[in-house]
Design a protein around this ligand. Structure first.
Ligand code: HAM
Length: 438
């Protein structure tokens, strides 16, 4: 306690810190984000997905109804509050509910189906912050709404797999089917029956799940709960005929696409809207808790109807950008650098400062990327900065050059400096940079 007080006195800026579980994305890291956004846009185009942006804030009941009142995400982790007008609103904990609301609200059921949408943005969960788990985190998601065909489930997995592959990650697909409203109740009963003699050994959360949603016990990370489940019959062996044949076809398509997968009966997912296929993409063979999933998704054939639309099947997934970036860094994946300037424009004195303001606009118009440090005096600090930024050339304008109608051009690699005609700057740069700028 005392220690904290002392450090606050020493450094008052520490009073104003990030809210727990939130992150700044600093300039050095932006290249990862740009790279990911580029890959998402490319893949969306390849597969015919259009971008949608829904608000960060929605009515709380959208999430209680779709993700499920009893899920951790809604019951423990949702940022919900009453706004000044008395509305019960929430920061979105995930993206699917908002996309389905928009599908219904904008009559997208009248468009050719499936409607294929993708999104990127921040999500909020009042989770326990730790490595790979934050309270604000970014997801990208792909949703195909309006078709029941199992080929679409496989295509979603292909999209997720391909995105990660382009980002330098060979993910492992974990796949399961949790059936539908016809076969799931029988499987839930089977779990209850299987655990009834040991239910007192379950963790407190699973004791509640035992009453309300026994399937979720399969997802529990507590070792003692997992041990009790070792000989539990698998969901995929207890599907109704329609769900079974749907699942078999999804797997056939994955085989055809040569996407490696593990059948994993523990993938039941933490959101209530799923039906049939559920999947996750992991980085490692071994599950190290929920943080290991780089993405996850599945079918949600009842959600459009639950949210007031016509019965409409759908399938989708979302990926977690922070987790993906952390793996990319671990793996040293090469990512395009923040662009280096072609030219650094340096000045000596107020007259030169005035003149280069116009020159910089001309250079930009000619298509050069430029950098400057208008506020600095003296040539040394300006050239140091030019070096640091990786500029290819520097242009240096001082009093003498203004009088002579010239400018100095310095090759930042060799340090050679030449005098050139001020009127010929653009031609000279085009020649030296070996490209004709627009
Ligand atoms: P989810 O599994 O809850 O699914 O989240 C998807 C991904 O978001 C996770 O695999 C993980 O990478 C990332 N993520 C989740 N929570 C956190 C956190 N606290 N900190 C950092 N990253 C996190 C969904 O949200 C579903 N809406 C996916 C979906 C789309 N299903 C159908 N369509």
């Amino acid at each position: 306690m005392l220690k904290k007080k002392v450090s606050l006195i020493k450094n008052p800026a520490r009073k104003y810190q990030l809210v727990k579980g939130m992150n700044d994305i600093l300039p050095d890291d932006q290249r990862y984000w740009f790279f990911i956004y580029d890959v998402l846009r490319e893949i969306a185009q390849e597969f015919g997905y259009q971008r949608i942006d829904c608000p960060v804030v929605e009515n709380t009941n959208l999430f209680t109804r779709s993700v499920g009142e009893e899920t951790d995400i809604v019951s423990k982790e949702m940022y919900s509050f009453i706004d000044r007008g008395g509305e019960d609103i929430a920061l979105r904990p995930e993206g699917t509910a908002g996309v389905v609301r928009a599908y219904n609200e904008h009559g997208m059921v009248n468009l050719p189906q499936p409607v294929k949408l993708y999104y990127v943005g921040p999500m909020y969960r009042y989770d326990k912050p730790q490595a790979g788990r934050f309270r604000q985190f970014y997801q990208f998601g792909f949703e195909a709404i309006g078709e029941l065909e199992p080929v679409l489930d496989a295509q979603q997995i292909l999209i997720a797999y391909k995105i990660l592959q382009r980002l330098g990650i060979n993910a492992l697909v974990q796949i399961n089917s949790i059936g539908c409203s016809e076969c799931r109740p029988a499987y839930q009963n089977l779990i209850v029956d299987f655990l009834k003699n040991n239910k007192n050994q379950l963790c407190d959360d699973c004791k509640k799940r035992f009453q309300k949603n026994p399937l979720r016990i399969l997802d529990c990370k507590e070792k003692k709960c997992q041990e009790l489940l070792v000989n539990l019959p698998q969901t995929v062996d207890n599907l109704c005929e329609n769900c079974r044949s749907h699942f078999v076809r999804v797997l056939e398509y994955l085989d055809e696409l040569e996407i490696p997968y593990n059948l994993n009966s523990r993938i039941v997912r933490g959101l209530d809207y799923y039906t049939r296929t559920t999947f996750e993409l992991w980085e490692n063979e071994e599950e190290k808790g929920r943080q290991n999933a780089l993405g996850g998704g599945g079918r949600y054939d009842n959600l459009v109807e639950i949210l007031g639309g016509r019965p409409t099947p759908a399938v989708g997934f979302a990926g977690g950008i922070e987790r993906i970036i952390s793996i990319m860094k671990d793996k040293d994946v090469s990512v395009p650098k923040n662009p280096e300037p072609d030219v650094f424009v340096a000045q000596l004195g107020n007259e030169a400062r005035k003149k280069i303001l116009k020159l910089m606009e001309q250079l930009k118009k000619a298509g050069f990327t430029i950098a400057e440090s208008l506020a600095k005096n003296g040539i040394k600090p300006q050239l140091e900065l030019a070096n640091k930024l990786g500029a290819r050339f520097s242009l240096i304008l001082g009093q003498k050059e203004i009088i002579d109608g010239t400018i100095l051009i310095r090759d930042m690699k060799g340090g050679i400096q030449e005098i050139i005609n001020y009127e010929k700057i653009i031609q000279e740069l085009e020649k030296r940079l070996g490209k004709s700028q627009k």
